[in-house]
Design a protein around this ligand. Structure first.
Ligand SMILES: Nc1ncnc2c1ncn2[C@@H]1O[C@H](COP(=O)(O)OP(=O)(O)O)[C@@H](O)[C@H]1O
Ligand SMILES: [Mg+2]
Length: 506
């Protein structure tokens, strides 16, 4: 079906056209020129009228002009050229000539484009919902993914759809679940494996624990006492002693402080003060991370199960704890995969993993240098070679570390209204055109611009609605209030009855 013709000056990358019908934004079209069939996508549309121009100042004249001129409206739009259909979507070297006919792309063409080996179906085209949009799993994981949108636009729903589809292929995901949204999740194609956010100190390096204790590497006197006590405590933990790691750590320091003897030598008063400094820091450590350190748990990495949605429940953890867990897991995963791939050791993470980081702007913030950001950016840069993929989910792209974001070569961008967020996303992705950017505020819930290597062409997609179970939907506040009130009334009534039963007079 012809929907219009090219007008004005055309270029290699875009063509203006005029039409009488009403095509839709995001719709695919084909043009024949230069002996080729070229695919394009409609990126902008305006509806105008020759006679009803914006110089009219009296609404009454509109009816008069309409009566005289009849329907003289037109549709003008812009097509972005996506490439030659018979030549792997290469952009032709010559522009189309003005007047070139523009056809709506037919379903066969589109189905072929969205066909991939091992498809992961995320939804359908917004303009033609019967066309499935499949994404390339290998490209999604090795080239990382960012899911960006304002709150409530459908990020977590998208995550669930992706998890469920990956589970069909024994996909192995680790989800850092900041709001316990996924913990009670139910997926149609596989199981959930809950991992409690606790680290056994025997799997942490000395410097990791020293950093948590806030002893800087230049405070060498403090470090000397701390290291001595750490050695004793960690050896006990390794031997499976049931005494608590932090208690042992503190106990040694207290002994030295009170006995005033360290390594058989009497302490001077200045040295005692240093020990007290360390004791205070260990107490802070206990207050802040006490629930994190547990000598009775196994290595977190070894709890990751193949073919499951592995969920690390961080809903009860504060940000500092979440940061430690995320760094610990990512750092060890990267090291372990390196060893496994290079040295072919039997130990270590034997299979690829896709890490999903919700609230990515908190764990990899733009303006603060924290450990989780370091390891997120390391995985973003190096993960590809070792089968570690990253999915960054955020409602605030402008506060997200630009380095990590620009390593995400795939993007699913749902409704995004804030101009600063939009600009940030655009600067991280070369394939997000100015025209597509303008579409972001007018997307509905669940509608997304999908870009990157995991799809052959930029696509406007209606993401499928996740059919399993997930928490984190908005609460029905009014219902909660009513529920509470009626429970209260029932309780009062019960007490009245009980009182009467006792022969009381109410
Ligand atoms: N693709 C979709 N199809 C239908 N409904 C959706 C879709 N995406 C989101 N929703 C609805 O919008 C709500 C909010 O989506 P959610 O994924 O939790 O948003 P976000 O994580 O971006 O805050 C969901 O509970 C669901 O009801
Ligand atoms: Mg969410």
């Amino acid at each position: 079906m012809i929907i219009g013709r090219a007008i004005g000056e055309t270029s290699l990358s875009s063509i203006e056209f005029i039409s009488k019908t009403s095509p839709k934004i995001g719709e695919y079209v084909t043009l024949n020129y230069d002996g080729k069939t070229v695919l394009g996508m409609i990126e902008t549309l305006i509806h105008g009228s020759v006679s009803l121009n914006s110089d009219i100042y009296d609404p009454g004249t509109v009816d008069m002009i309409k009566a005289i001129e009849g329907n003289d409206t037109y549709i003008k739009g812009k097509v972005k050229i996506l490439g030659d259909l018979d030549d792997n979507l290469r952009i032709p070297r010559t522009p189309a000539s003005p007047g070139t006919e523009i056809y709506l792309a037919d379903n066969d063409i589109l189905n072929k484009i969205f066909q991939v080996k091992n498809p992961l179906k995320i939804g359908g085209l917004i303009s033609q919902e019967n066309i499935d949009v499949n994404i390339n799993i290998n490209k999604m994981i090795t080239r990382h993914l960012a899911i960006l949108a304002m709150t409530g636009a459908g990020k977590s729903n998208t995550v669930c759809v992706i998890i469920d589809e990956l589970l069909k292929y024994n996909g192995t995901m680790v989800i850092f679940d900041m709001h316990s949204e996924y913990v009670d999740g139910e997926f149609n194609n596989g199981e959930v494996n809950i991992i409690i956010p606790e680290i056994n100190p025997i799997y942490m390096s000395f410097s990791e624990i020293r950093r948590l204790t806030n002893i800087s590497s230049s405070a060498y006197i403090q470090e000397r006492y701390f290291r001595e006590s750490y050695k004793i405590a960690i050896n006990e933990a390794r031997e499976g002693n049931s005494r608590d790691f932090l208690n042992v750590l503190k106990g040694n320091l207290n002994n030295w402080y009170e006995s005033e003897i360290f390594r058989g030598k009497e302490l001077k008063s200045g040295e005692k003060t240093k020990i007290m400094d360390v004791i205070n820091k260990v107490e802070d450590l206990e207050n802040k991370y006490g629930s994190l350190l547990n000598t009775n748990v196994g290595d977190i990495l070894s709890q990751i199960q193949l073919g499951k949605a592995n969920i690390i429940n961080l809903g009860q953890s504060d940000e500092a704890t979440a940061e430690v867990i995320v760094s610990h897991v990512l750092r060890n995963a990267l090291n372990s995969r390196k060893l496994f791939i290079h040295k072919k050791t039997e130990k270590g993470l034997k299979f690829p993993v896709f890490f999903i980081v919700e609230e990515a702007h908190i764990l990899a913030p733009k303006n603060r240098s924290i450990n989780s950001k370091l390891w997120i950016s390391r995985i973003a840069r190096e993960g590809r070679k070792f089968g570690l993929g990253l999915c960054l989910v955020s409602q605030s792209p402008k506060s997200l570390d630009p380095d990590s974001l620009s390593q995400a070569n795939n993007m699913i961008i749902l409704r995004l209204v804030e101009p600063q967020d939009q600009r940030h996303v655009q600067s991280a992705s070369e394939s997000l055109s100015e025209d597509l950017l303008l579409q972001l505020p007018s997307l509905n819930i669940g509608e997304a611009v999908v870009l990157g290597l995991m799809v052959k062409i930029p696509t406007l997609v209606k993401i499928d609605e996740f059919k399993g179970r997930r928490y984190g939907d908005d609460l029905d506040i009014v219902n909660e209030w009513n529920q509470y009130k009626s429970n209260q009334e029932k309780e009062v009534e019960k007490q009245k009855q009980a009182f009467k039963g006792l022969g009381g007079n109410y």
